[in-house]
Ligand binder design. Structure first.
Ligand code: AGP
Length: 590
């Protein structure tokens, strides 16, 4: 949520910062701004409401070798030019990702001390505090300031006349990049892709000073400290759209590769995972949004393969319910970004109550990893589209393998091999799938309901979320059996019900739900891998036929169908599926 990036070097800082912001735009896109130190030492600033491209006309005129920028997802104060970052006071310029929880009282104190505020943001207090705390050393002023802040921050600060960027981090991610005669800092790795060979990930409480020549890192007492330099494997080529009109489509097409890579990377952790599982009596899956939906599937895997009590819970709810953690509880933290505040806080609580923690994440060195006993990699690669696609598949594959390991099965088992063998099936599904008619039906509807039983219900929830997220069509996902307990009242000729049917044992029950909707005049589409169901319903409903596979792996196949449907519907309606309104990719606030 909010992307920040900084550059110090021989190149044109404005171009570098602009490019970095473009690559971080998935983190927020309601306004953007940059501050560049001119050769004279003065600072030029531009900040505007809108997506990062609003800065483009200013880039050529902003000369300077050091600068920083911000792309915003508003938390305090509506999107506007004034509320966009950088914020400044007395020659101090600040970009901030995070939330300052005590900003109201700080603002009042600062106003009483004569400071004038121009924005409605929480972040502006930081610039005023640094200004007042400055006594000749920017880093010392920054440290004095952050000690006064409650909340989360990744901060970059520049001061007129000083050729450096000072940064501080607490509970919001910040990465440093070591270039050749130039150095970088950013909230996330895509900004640094192809720019530098090595990166360091700052820890909570760290500070750093960045110039063209060097990066110095300090701990919370400003003592020099070393943080590991790790290889920057992300290249700019990996961020290309490769001819796709949107990242959502490109990333959807990368589902088979993600499953393959997640399968391969799991080989390295199986033994350690067994150690963590020792003494486990209960398993809880925590996550938000799509990650929570993957957790629902993980729960079913553990129950089915290992007959161990399993629960899946929304991380934001878990934290505030005074959870019961009994001896032998293992918590799975499922999170693509590894940065989601609700999930991190829930995990910290579970850990403090004695649970072991397994992080299932696409970003190995992310914040969640520091709280985990073991990290299970989701090898999806960078996911730029705000809507999760391939990472959901990677999470499902990782949880499937974890459950098999818990149940004592290894790579020689038929279940393992079935996952490996699924990749060509996923490739074919992507090649053959045709949801155009259904997407048009959805685009013209007043509401779309997703129904299913068992694994199909879990995917129904995800299908509904994805469609709402990228097309803005209202609807919900619910168990097919629940239809007659209330939701049926919503069905009329302007609604579409998408019914997922993949489990032979439950098929007849789900077909009953189809009949119930049809007899109330509702439009129905059926997504099925069962030829008999397709045949029986082909004259009554829009049927999307998928290749057959066992029910445990069916979520990977049906997920492609519902994600493709969401994508096509968004495109028909002229939405930008990569940057849905009001949203951002990494939700680092509670
Ligand atoms: C998915 O399409 C959403 N953008 C959202 O629900 C997301 O899955 C959720 O915010 C959790 O993110 P995480 O996986 O990075 O923790």
């Amino acid at each position: 949520m909010c992307g920040i990036t900084g550059y110090a070097g021989g190149g044109n800082a404005a171009e570098q910062v602009f490019e970095g912001l473009k690559r971080l735009e998935y983190r927020g896109y309601d306004s953007a701004g940059m501050a560049i130190i001119k050769p004279s030492g003065e600072v030029s600033v531009v900040k505007k409401q809108g997506k990062v491209d609003v800065l483009k006309p200013y880039v050529a005129d902003m000369r300077g070798a050091i600068g920083m920028g911000h792309t915003r997802w508003a938390t305090h104060g509506k999107p506007s030019d004034i509320n966009a970052h950088p914020h400044f006071a007395g020659g101090i310029y600040v970009v901030h990702n995070g939330i300052i929880e005590n900003y109201a009282e700080l603002r009042q104190q600062l106003q009483s001390a004569g400071e004038t505020f121009i924005s409605e943001t929480d972040s502006e207090v930081i610039a005023h505090l640094i200004k007042l705390n400055y006594g000749g050393n920017l880093l010392v002023a920054l440290r004095t300031t952050v000690k006064m802040l409650k909340g989360s921050y990744a901060l970059m600060v520049i001061r007129e006349g000083e050729p450096q960027i000072a940064v501080a981090k607490r509970r919001s991610s910040l990465i440093l990049g070591y270039g050749d005669g130039e150095n970088f800092c950013a909230s996330d790795r895509p900004a640094l892709a192809g720019k530098c060979k090595r990166v360091s990930i700052l820890e909570d409480g760290d500070f750093a000073l960045i110039t063209a020549q060097k990066i110095e890192i300090f701990d919370e007492n400003l003592n020099p400290v070393n943080r590991p330099k790790i290889e920057n494997t992300l290249t700019s080529e990996k961020l290309d759209l490769h001819g796709c009109p949107h990242y959502m489509l490109k990333e959807l097409r990368e589902v088979p590769q993600t499953v393959k890579n997640t399968y391969s990377s799991f080989a390295g952790i199986g033994e350690k995972l067994k150690e963590v599982f020792k003494g486990t009596k209960r398993v809880i899956f925590l996550g938000c949004g799509t990650a929570y939906h993957a957790g629902l599937i993980g729960k079913k895997y553990f129950e089915a393969f290992a007959r161990v009590p399993a629960e899946a819970e929304n991380a934001g709810e878990f934290r505030y319910k005074n959870p019961v953690i009994t001896k032998g509880t293992v918590v799975f933290a499922v999170t693509q970004s590894g940065e989601t505040a609700d999930t991190i806080e829930a995990v910290i609580l579970a850990k403090s109550l004695g649970a072991k923690v397994i992080a299932v994440t696409n970003v190995i060195h992310s914040a969640i990893s520091r709280h985990a006993d073991i990290v299970v990699p989701v090898s999806a690669g960078a996911e730029i589209c705000v809507a999760a696609t391939k990472s959901y598949a990677g999470q499902i594959a990782a949880l499937y393998l974890c459950a098999l390991t818990f149940a004592g099965k290894d790579a020689s088992s038929k279940e393992y091999k079935q996952l490996d063998a699924l990749c060509p099936v996923l490739e074919n599904t992507l090649k053959e799938i045709n949801v155009y008619t259904l997407a048009h039906m959805c685009a013209c509807s007043n509401g779309v309901y997703f129904l299913g039983r068992g694994f199909d219900y879990a995917v129904a929830l995800e299908g509904s979320l994805k469609l709402k997220e990228v097309s803005y069509i209202a609807g919900e996902g619910y168990p097919a059996g629940e239809l007659k307990h209330g939701t049926l009242a919503l069905i009329d000729g302007n609604t579409v019900s998408v019914v997922l049917i993949t489990d032979e044992e439950l098929a007849s029950k789900s077909v009953s739900a189809v009949e119930q909707v049809l007899s109330r005049g509702g439009k129905v589409a059926v997504i099925t891998c069962l030829p008999a169901v397709a045949k029986a319903l082909k004259n009554k409903a829009e049927v999307i036929s998928l290749p057959g596979c066992n029910k445990f792996l069916s979520p990977l196949v049906t997920a492609i169908a519902v994600q493709e449907l969401a994508y096509r519907t968004a495109v028909i309606l002229g939405r930008d599926p990569d940057k849905p309104r009001n949203l951002a990719k990494s939700v680092t606030v509670e």
